[in-house]
Write a protein that binds this ligand. Sequence first.
Ligand code: HEM
Length: 440
Amino acid sequence: PGPSALDMARAFRRVRADPLSFLDEVRDEFGDVAAFPVPGTPALLLSGPDDVRHVLQTSARRWTKNTVQYSALGRITGDGLLASAEPSWIEHRRAAAPAFHRHRLAAVSEHVVGATDEALRGWDVGRAGPGEVEVSEVMARLALDVVGRALFGSDLSGHAERLLDATSAAAVLVVKAGRSILPLPHAAPTPLNRRIRAARREFDRLSHEIISGRRRSTARRDGSGDDLLGLLLDAGLSDDEIRDELVTMVIAGHETVAAGLTWTLMLLAEHPSDQDDLHREAVGLPVPPPIVGAGAAAPLTRAVVDEALRLYPPAWAISRRAAAADAIGGRDVPAGTLAIISPWVVHRHPGLWEAPLDFRPERFAAGRDHRGAYLPFGAGPRLCIGREFALAEMVVVLTRVLADFRFDTPPGWSRPFAEARVALHPRGGMRLVVTSRVGS
Ligand code: HEM
C-alpha cells in the first residue's frame, strides 16, 4: 500500500515545499513499508527497524548506492566514498579509515579547540552584552575549518566563501535530482549547471593546491602524515581520486556537523535548565577535553547531542537500489526497487519512541540501546566514516562554547522551518541571543 499516482500529483506542491512532513504522513497512513508510484521503478519508504537493518546491513551487498541522489552528488564528488557505487569503494574506505580511528581523536579535538577559539574571537557581541548571532553561519565556517585542519592539514579560511557556495550548489543539485522524475540535463547551459561547473572548478583548484602543497613540503613523494591526505597519498591514490575524496569530505563533513550543532544550540536555548547543566559540566573539563569514546568525559553533553541528532538528523534521507530481487517485510521485490530510508521519519516514529517530538536527552543515558530505531549516521558497511570524528567534534565545540556563553531564544521566537537540503537546514538561518557567562 501507498499513496496513489493521483495522491502524489495532488500533493506535488506540498512535497516540494515540505518533503519531511509528507514522508511522515505517508508512514502514518500506510505503515512501515509504503510504496510510491514513481514511474519506471518500484519505490518503497521503509521505516521499520527490521527492514532498515535488512537493507543497510544484513543484505547490504544486494542494495547499492546506484540511485538518483547519489549519481547527482557524484557529478560533484566523482567516485568519492559517499557517492561511490563502485567496487573501488572498499579500497578507498580502507585507506581512509585510520584517519578516523579513535586514537586520532585526541589530535582532532585539539584542532577543534583551535578552530572554535578562532570562531569565538569574533563574538564580541555576546561579550559586550546580549546580542543576536546567526549561529548556523558561524557553525558552517567552524566545521569547514575543522575539516581543513584535521583531515588535510590545510587552512581553508581563504576558500570558505567559495566552498560554502560550492557546497550549496551541490545541495541544490541533489535535492532537484531527487524530486525530478526525468533525469536533469547535464550539458544544457542552465543556471544550475553553470553553478555546478563553477563548483567543480573551485574544488579542482583547491585540491590541486592542497595536494601539490603537501608534495612540496615532504621530501619524499609519499604523504608523510597520518591525516587523511597523507594516508591517501601513501596508499597511491591518483590526484583525481584524492580530489574526489577531498570534495566528499568537505561536503559530507561540514554541513552535517554544522546543522547538528545549530539544532543542538536551538534545543538548548529552548531548554535553559539542560543548558545550565551542560555549562556546569563544561567548566569542569580540562582543555582540550579528553575525548575517549566521543564524549565519555562529558556524558550530559553527549546525551544532548544524541537527542538533537534524533530530532534533527542532518542526513534526513538514505537511498538504495536493489541490485537483485529480494524480499522486504515478507514480500518479494524486484531488482531495481528503490528503498528510501528517512532517519527523520524513523526517529519520529510513535511506535518506536515514547513522546517522539519531545526533547528528552535522558533517553540516551548510558546503557540504553536504540539500535534499528536510531540511525543518524546510517548503518552497516556504509556507516558514516566520520561518525566518531563528528561526535567528538560536536562535544568539544559545545563544551567550549557553553563554558563561556549562554544561548536564549529571541523575543517572539518560533522554530525555523527544517528545510530538507543535503543536510537538514534551518530556513532563514538560526538567530539566537548570545550572552557571555564569563565574569557573570
Ligand atoms: C556517510 C551522516 C559527519 C563523511 C554518512 C551516512 C550518513 C551520514 C547517514 C550514510 C549514508 C548512506 O548510507 O547512504 C552524517 C552526520 C554527520 C556526519 C549526521 C554529522 C553529524 C561526517 C563527517 C565526515 C563524514 C565529519 C568526514 C569528515 C562521510 C563519508 C560517508 C558518510 C565519507 C560515506 C562513507 C562510505 O560510504 O564509506 N554520513 N555524517 N560524515 N559520511 Fe557522514
